[in-house]
Design a protein around this ligand. Sequence first.
Ligand code: AP5
Length: 214
Amino acid sequence: MALNIIFIGPPGSGKGTQAKRLAAQHAIPHISTGDMLREAVADGTELGRQAAPIMASGALVSDDLMLGIVNDRLAKADAAGGFILDGFPRTLVQAERLDAIIGNGAEPLRVLQLLVPDEAIVRRIALRRTCAQCGAIYHLENNPPANDSVCDRCGAEIVARPDDNEESVRRRLEAFHRQTLPVATFYKVKSALREVDGVGPVDVVFERIEKSLL
Ligand code: AP5
């Protein structure tokens, strides 16, 4: 049975960390809208030029742009056997239109909401570093790379994200509470939501996620 998974959680709650692991474990694609936008910015595409200032400010990119990207990505063959959406849907409009993209005959969505309090988020994001090349995620205290500032996986430089400053994180948290929490309620009403405690070691959170999928 195909696993069609959505990760919902505030910025820095561990969506990317856990989604990468889960995707490897179940051999399904990890579809991160944040990563897709960052790639577009790095490639200097029209989408990237439009998205860069919005992302840097911590606001959300428009629903129409995001729906276009996700529609195209889910149409690729590798998503037919299951997928993990990380960072999408983030608004009620995105959630409602996702149903139409996926279609009626699809396996039901399993929506995982990672619960992490705002105080913990600030510390996680302040010390996050990501690989500019392969996207691996580190934390300078909890999960540091073996060699300072070099990615363990590909050897490229690891850097802080441009939107990981205090002002942007504050706006991203606001956007989460105002625009994305209603999405969790949308799925709760449909009995698709599984709430997972996101506080604790990465391995322990991963075990909770696996259990919640049973
Ligand atoms: P996106 O890239 O999705 O950012 P985000 O939601 O703010 O989430 P983050 O990537 O910051 O955090 P995460 O939950 O993945 O945490 P991570 O695993 O890295 O989106 C960026 C921007 O793109 C948005 O602001 C918006 O502008 C735009 N965008 C994207 N999708 C959109 C959409 N659908 N609609 C509109 N706009 C959209 O972990 C964080 C840190 O904590 C790391 O250092 C990690 O090592 C550490 N950590 C992880 N787990 C643990 C643990 N259990 N204990 C301690 N530390 C941990």
